[in-house]
Ligand binder design. Structure first.
Ligand SMILES: Cc1cc2nc3c(=O)[nH]c(=O)nc-3n(C[C@H](O)[C@H](O)[C@H](O)COP(=O)(O)OP(=O)(O)OC[C@H]3O[C@@H](n4cnc5c(N)ncnc54)[C@H](O)[C@@H]3O)c2cc1C
Length: 392
């Protein structure tokens, strides 16, 4: 039994059902209602932190395995799309990491060197080549990682739903699980519609974790990410803006990311950009005009937001809070590939398979200190990060 119908829960459902397991997935609203239906579709290789930081935390042997698995995470998405014939506008163009300012460029150079030492297909971009490839202003360069890409996240999610159901998984929408408890036959999940009992329970609720398992919810900080999309870019400007279709994310502490979607719209997102500035312009709209001045006259037609689950070590976590219960969460805004991979990892652990997925150890749940004060903490952290971004 799985709670949560995003990439993680659906990937677990698909991989379990394909191996002949009986699977029931319970989703509070509808599949994709959480972050999986709201994201930018960027398929990003690696964790949010540098490869060498992972080695510092886990030691050279396990660290290297984790780095390799995270770097290869996009390939699982590519193979699922291909195997299940998912029509989701998949582009295997690579992914660009953009250096904001001198400090940002140094960060990208450092990370690129660490990946290159491991044989990753990385291409350094100086300021000129970066501008040619992106059309974006205000960046000092960066690198192109050929392992990444982009897709339409909702179409990918719907494809996973279809594939999981075709393999035999049963998916129930509008079923918020209100309580889970140990029962003689495993775990019982109760919702207003009734209850389900199963030998194993997977919690795949990430930033949308509610009071169902309070300690899990307190192990991450949910941070709002805001997105805007323009009307389709006029044909005269289209060759100047991301002409090869790579998605981009920058090194700022309050990250900005952007891409052009399948209908030719510029989609731009960032953390904590909900603010209305004096003069009545939204902060994110101003960011768009700063990065792409040539789009000043192109109207912004869509706005939305969603929650990203941040962990203190910037790594995802797998927990087994009780025998028979597994949870994976903390994708730190890089969940398209990573949550798909961890869904498969959870399935592999239930099946008792030798893992080819993410060799993350199961760790005890660690609550974020002073979690009830997180909103005040986030506000203070945002101001501090904005100041440091400005200094950079
Ligand atoms: C605006 C935005 C942009 C992003 N852009 C990118 C990007 O470009 N690239 C990238 O790699 N990542 C991106 N991310 C992150 C990525 O979307 C997430 O990491 C990923 O979707 C997490 O998937 P998930 O299945 O773990 O969780 P979710 O998709 O959030 O699914 C959790 C589900 O659990 C359900 N749920 C919660 N509690 C209960 C309950 N009690 N009963 C039943 N159901 C419950 C919720 O309704 C929800 O649907 C972005 C995120 C946001 C918000």
């Amino acid at each position: 039994m799985i709670v949560g119908g995003g990439f993680c829960g659906l990937s677990a459902a698909l991989h379990l059902a394909e191996k002949g397991r009986e699977v029931v997935l319970l989703e509070a609203r509808f599949p994709g209602w959480g972050a999986s239906g709201r994201n930018g579709g960027q398929i990003v290789p690696g964790f949010r932190c540098d490869p060498d930081e992972v080695l510092e935390a886990f030691g050279p042997e396990r660290g290297e395995l984790l780095v390799r698995a995270a770097g290869e995470a996009p390939s699982l998405v590519f193979s699922l799309v291909e195997r299940h014939d998912i029509d989701c506008d998949l582009r295997r163009t690579g992914w660009i990491h953009a250096g904001a300012g001198v400090a940002g460029l140094a960060k990208t150079r450092q990370r690129a060197a660490q990946w290159q030492r491991r044989g990753a297909p990385i291409e350094l971009l100086d300021e000129t080549t970066f501008r040619e490839r992106t059309g974006a202003e205000g960046y000092a360069g960066g690198y192109l990682d050929r392992r990444g890409g982009r897709l339409n996240p909702v179409a990918y999610l719907q494809g996973l739903v279809r594939a999981a159901e075709a393999a035999g998984a049963r998916i129930f929408s509008e079923t918020p699980v209100q309580r889970v408890s140990a029962s003689g036959r495993g775990w019982e999940a109760a919702s207003a519609n009734g209850s389900v009992t199963a030998p194993r329970l997977l919690l795949c609720t990430n930033a949308y974790s509610d009071r169902l398992w309070p300690r899990l919810r307190r192990s991450i900080v949910p941070v709002e990410s805001t997105v805007i999309a323009t009307a389709p870019i006029p044909p005269s400007l289209r060759p100047t803006i991301l002409p090869e279709g790579q998605p981009v994310a920058d090194t700022r502490r309050l990250i900005s990311w952007f891409c052009v979607d399948g209908s030719g719209r510029l989609v731009l997102g960032g953390r904590n950009y909900r603010k209305l500035l004096s003069g009545g312009t939204w902060a994110l709209d101003q960011r768009l005009r700063t990065i792409f001045p040539s789009l000043a006259e192109v109207p912004i037609t869509h706005r939305w937001s969603g929650k990203v689950a941040i962990t203190l070590d910037h790594l995802p976590h797998i927990h087994e809070p009780e025998p028979g219960v597994l949870a994976a969460l903390g994708f730190n805004g890089r969940g398209v590939a990573m949550s798909t991979l961890l869904g498969r990892t959870l399935a592999a652990r239930i099946l008792g398979e030798e893992e080819s997925g993410m060799p993350l150890a199961t760790t005890p749940i660690r609550e974020v200190p002073l979690h009830p004060l997180r909103f005040a903490g986030i506000t203070a952290a945002v101001q501090f990060k904005r100041f440091r971004d400005w200094l950079d």
